[in-house]
Design a protein around this ligand. Structure first.
Ligand SMILES: Cc1cc2nc3c(=O)[nH]c(=O)nc-3n(C[C@H](O)[C@H](O)[C@H](O)COP(=O)(O)OP(=O)(O)OC[C@H]3O[C@@H](n4cnc5c(N)ncnc54)[C@H](O)[C@@H]3O)c2cc1C
Length: 424
């Protein structure tokens, strides 16, 4: 038996559901296939902070009121550095800073899946573990599900792999991939009733090179996470996960007061999470979300990029898909936009995931951001993925950072202990 659609999307999580809704809104007939059979399934390995860069897509999808109703927490992230806190504030008399949202995946994933299922044109099929691709005359023409000796085929003019970092679709398609080591561990737990600092910001600690996070979410739950380097910490975390995690968190400067809160989840995490970078398209096939690019989770960008890549794909090929045109030229355009939007961010993250101390440029820009409101806003725009590295480290912003630090040194003289450890 074979069914015919305009698009078949494999994976009904963030990238898959977002793509399905956006394609269907253009009039396409979409098959959305998900291996889990439970509508409420969600991704456990995620600390689910959504960066400001994806807010326009959430708006287009009509998700913002639903997320607000579900208790999503707006956030402007504060960062601890050895030079002090970077706590971005709006310019006096100007609009608030662009914010992101924190919402637990157990809230977000079912909500998004329901939105997709209720969108006219989307046919959500749960319990469909895709394990084959259909090909004809050198292009992909659909997918195959073989289970218990029975085969189901779904034909479509475009196949979309939205099936995560270990993408089956990517593997079957043979698209080139580059894997690189991530030399950090990642662990986190959910706490209810964690006392919050004023304004309840999301907080990130750059311990250089280790990192930690505390993100307030819906339901009075704060996710507390740490990313220690493997070389120093692997055996301790392997031997005593709970003790190592809690000791690490308690030792943070201005530490989250976990002893005054109730831990409501296990401490979960991973010992190995390589960076995965794939060519995001082939003939008649595209990859979105983690299937295309799964970068170090330390930066909290994957969910946002899953939304954004869905939007870029539909912008590039949606009209051709819905209007029965040729999808191939649009696929190359999608890859271009994907590359332009994410490559430079990813390269820096990949490089940092090797575990190295901050380089001189990072020290310059971060120390200035801890000392100057304008430099803090500039850093925040970069960390929110609203500007790229070229703009972040432009000659103008480097010059401003040098000025900020020179002025700081003049004012504070040699009594500044941070200065003793760093040229900035
Ligand atoms: C420890 C950790 C913490 C993270 N924290 C953050 C964070 O704070 N902020 C952030 O933005 N990102 C974070 N991320 C990254 C984020 O989780 C991912 O980038 C995001 O989930 C990608 O969404 P996706 O839709 O592309 O893939 P996924 O969410 O992985 O979804 C893939 C979907 O495909 C389905 N599927 C897989 N194979 C098949 C198949 N063969 N057939 C049918 N269906 C299939 C799966 O069941 C799943 O539903 C974190 C990641 C990790 C590991």
């Amino acid at each position: 038996m074979a069914d015919d659609y305009d698009v078949v999307i494999v994976g009904a999580s963030i990238a898959g559901c977002a793509s399905a809704v956006l394609f269907a809104n253009l009039g396409a007939r979409v098959a959305l296939l998900e291996k889990h059979s439970n509508m409420d399934a969600y991704k456990v390995l995620c600390t689910h902070t959504l960066q400001p860069s994806c807010m326009p897509v959430l708006k287009t999808l009509g998700l913002l009121p639903l997320l607000e109703e579900a208790g999503a927490q707006e956030h402007v992230t504060h960062l601890w550095t050895r030079w002090g806190w970077i706590a971005p504030q709006p310019e006096p008399g100007k609009d608030a800073l662009p914010h992101g949202l924190n919402i637990r995946r157990q809230t977000l994933d079912p909500l998004l899946r329901r939105l997709a299922a209720e969108t006219p044109g989307v046919d959500l099929r749960l319990g469909q573990n895709v394990n084959g691709l259909l090909e004809e005359n050198g292009r992909f023409t659909g997918v195959r599900i073989t289970a218990n000796g029975a085969e189901t085929r779904v034909n479509a003019r475009l196949v979309v792999g939205a099936d995560g970092r270990n993408s089956t679709v990517a593997g079957l398609s043979g698209l080139p991939a580059r894997l690189s080591a991530n030399n950090r561990l990642g662990f986190f737990a959910q706490y209810r009733g964690l006392p919050a600092p004023e304004g309840n910001p999301s907080r990130v600690w750059f311990l250089d090179p280790d990192t930690a996070f505390a993100f307030p979410n819906d339901g009075d739950i704060t996710v507390v996470a740490c990313s220690p380097n493997k070389e120093q910490h692997s055996s301790a975390f392997r031997e005593d996960l709970e003790g190592s995690f809690e000791r690490f968190v308690r030792a943070l400067p201005d530490a989250p007061r976990i002893d005054e809160a109730e831990r409501v989840s296990k401490i979960v995490g991973t010992l190995d999470l390589p960076n995965v970078y794939r060519k995001p398209y082939g003939p008649g096939l595209a990859l979105v979300g983690d299937a295309a690019l799964a970068t170090d989770p330390l930066w909290g960008v994957g969910c946002g990029w899953a939304f954004q890549s869905a939007q870029w794909l539909v912008d590039a090929v949606g009209p051709a898909v819905a209007g029965q045109g040729d999808v191939l030229p649009g696929l190359a355009e999608y890859a271009k936009v994907h590359r332009a939007g994410l490559d430079s961010h990813h390269k820096l993250m990949e490089n940092y995931s090797a575990v190295r101390p901050f380089n001189p440029f990072e020290r310059l820009l971060l120390s200035a951001a801890a000392r100057d409101a304008g430099a803090a806003r500039h850093y925040y725009a970069f960390a929110s993925r609203l500007i790229d590295i070229k703009e972040f480290a432009s000659p103008g912003s480097l010059l401003r950072a040098v000025r900020v630090n020179a002025f700081h040194r003049l004012r504070n003289g040699s009594s500044d202990s941070a200065k003793a450890r760093t040229p900035f």
